[in-house]
Ligand binder design. Sequence first.
Ligand SMILES: Nc1ncnc2c1ncn2[C@@H]1O[C@H](COP(=O)(O)OP(=O)(O)O)[C@@H](O)[C@H]1O
Ligand SMILES: [Mg+2]
Length: 254
Amino acid sequence: MAVIDINKLHFAYNGDFVLEDINETIEAGKFVGILGPNGSGKTTLLKCINGLLNPQKGQVQIDKEKVESMDQKEIARKVAYVPQIFSNVFPATVFDTILMGRKPHLGWRPSDRDLNISSDIILKLDLANIALKDINKLSGGQRQRVFIGRALAQEPQIILLDEPTANLDLHHQHEVMGLLKSLSNQNITVIVAIHDLNLAMQYCSDFLLLNNKKIAARGGHDIFRESLIEETYQVKVKIIKDKNIPFIIPLKNH
Ligand SMILES: Nc1ncnc2c1ncn2[C@@H]1O[C@H](COP(=O)(O)OP(=O)(O)O)[C@@H](O)[C@H]1O
Ligand SMILES: [Mg+2]
C-alpha cells in the first residue's frame, strides 16, 4: 500500500518550466483523474511519478523514498506505467506482452509463478481467446486491456495510465474505467491522465486539475464549478447533476 508524496516539484524541458511547485499527497487505493488542457503537463507529471523524468527542483517520494534514488527495477515493482498508445508497437503476442510485465521480478528465466501470474491475468481480463495473437492486430479496446494486463503482471501498488480511453468507443471506455475502478477497490492506487471530464467524474474518487503549470484545483466532485471549467478550458459550460454526479455540457459560443 503505497503513498505518493509530490513535494515542491518543478519540471522544465530545455530550461522552460512546464510544471511549477506541484504539491500533492496521494493515498493508497485512490482513483485519481489528472485533468487539464492539452500541454498542461499531465504526461510530464505521470513520468515524474515513475522516475522516467527527474524534476529540476522538488521531488516525488513513494513510501517516503525518493523516486530519483530508486533503481528502475525497484520502481517497477511498485509502479506500473501504461503509456498512451499512438501507433503500432513491436510485434509480440498477447501472452508474451503480459509475461514481459514480470520483468522486474524475473531471474534469467520465467519461473512457474511468473507463468501462473501471467495466465491468471489473461483469464481475468478475458484475453484467453486472443492469447497468441499479435498485439498489433487487436482492436483498440483489446490492446488497452493487454497493456493494463502487462501493468498488472508487475504486481504494482500504483498504476499510472496516460489517456487509456482515448480512441475507444463508449462501451470500451466504460469497460476500461470499470476495470480500473475495480483495481482501486483492491487498494491499488490508480492515476489516469484523462480528457473526458464526464467519464472521469463517473469513476474517479479524486481529481487534480492542471493549468498554467500549476494545480488549479484538487478534490472531489465539488471542484467542478462552471466558472473553473470555463476559465481552464476557455469554453462556456453548463453543469447538471444526475444521481449527484455532475455532468459538464459544453455550450456553443452563439
Ligand atoms: N520531450 C519534450 N521536449 C520539450 N517539450 C516538451 C516535451 N514533452 C512535452 N513538452 C512540452 O511540455 C508541456 C507539457 O506537455 P505534456 O506533459 O505532454 O502535457 P499534456 O500531457 O497535459 O498534454 C507542453 O507544452 C509540451 O509541448
Ligand atoms: Mg499527454
